[in-house]
Design a protein around this ligand. Sequence first.
Ligand SMILES: Cc1ncc(COP(=O)(O)O)c(C=O)c1O
Length: 373
Amino acid sequence: MLSRRSFTRAIAAGWLSGTAGLWSEPALAQRALVEAELPQDMVWLNANENPEGPPQVSLAAMQEVMPTAWRYHFQEFRDFYRRVAGSVGLSSSEVYVGQGSSEVLQVAIAAFGSASHPLITMEPTFELPAGLAGAFGIPVVRVPLTSGYYADVKKLVEEAGNAGGGLIYICNPNNPTAAVTPKTDIAWLVSNLPPNTILLVDEAYIHFAETPEMESALRYVREGKDVIVARTFSKIYGMAGLRVGFGCARQELMSRMWPYRSGVISIVSARAVMAALNDAQAIEEGRRKRFTAVRNELCAWLRGKGFEYIEPHANFLMIDVGRDVHEFSQQMARLGVAVGRPFPPLTNMLRVSIGAESDMARFRNAFERVYKG
Ligand SMILES: Cc1ncc(COP(=O)(O)O)c(C=O)c1O
């Protein structure tokens, strides 16, 4: 039997597969691993959260609805779904709103994976889909990234073809590498999907990407292709704790996902999203600009010090620490800075989320101290 300490270590190390709840970003975010003897004023740069938090308009909307939270507010959800769908140019029958995009990934895997239809995923990437598939008894095929740290679309297609079909999962930009799979590769992938194959594109971090190589796969949803796109309000909208995400797909695919729906999200979260969507463009642009400035500052510092990193297109980046990152991150934690978990096989790379400017100053300081040993 595992002790509590070794159990939490095992989670963080990814040794315990097969239990879906263990695979969410917070569960994976290494907080458990570093639970002992941490400084009080810890800086959390380990879960790609957004310290700006929910926009002001969302905070006001939540406060307003709180006293009426004794009601289910079911009648509001029709309009809510319409608004969410409308924000990406779709109709309500083409979206699935869930508790974070985690729920969207879960229902997509439940609907389109099976013992004979594996999940075909890139590696390394966000572990939740592979973890869930394992829990559901769905085989998992892992395809290494390209040398540019993004999805190898040719190999993903080859594996799906070999399996006689399946669910291909792509994270774009990819967590943890923050690299973008170029739009021409995505286009090739969509037009070369083998029979019985669905493509699931996770665009949790798309709002942070400014490169012209980044293009949303939503256009393929609008064209009625075998494509599902997952989006979230956890990242640029700073609402991770409110748990809102949505999936997009043509109606026929959606109707296969709906049976797995567990219910509506909280009215407090729904109102927060509605308020933010009224001002979506300004919110996204302002936040992207501020994030990019902090990210650029970190990149300039890394270059100045001669540290190698992967060019980032998300609110995190990966740095080559030249040795095993597990011990490196333990030492960082002891100095009061929590960074991302290891992502094998990139075991020499450290993932750090972009936080507030003061957080990044703490990060730079701790990083240099640990690096120098
Ligand atoms: C790539 C990716 N997809 C999905 C999620 C899940 O986010 P949420 O369930 O909060 O929407 C995360 C969380 O960090 C993520 O990194």
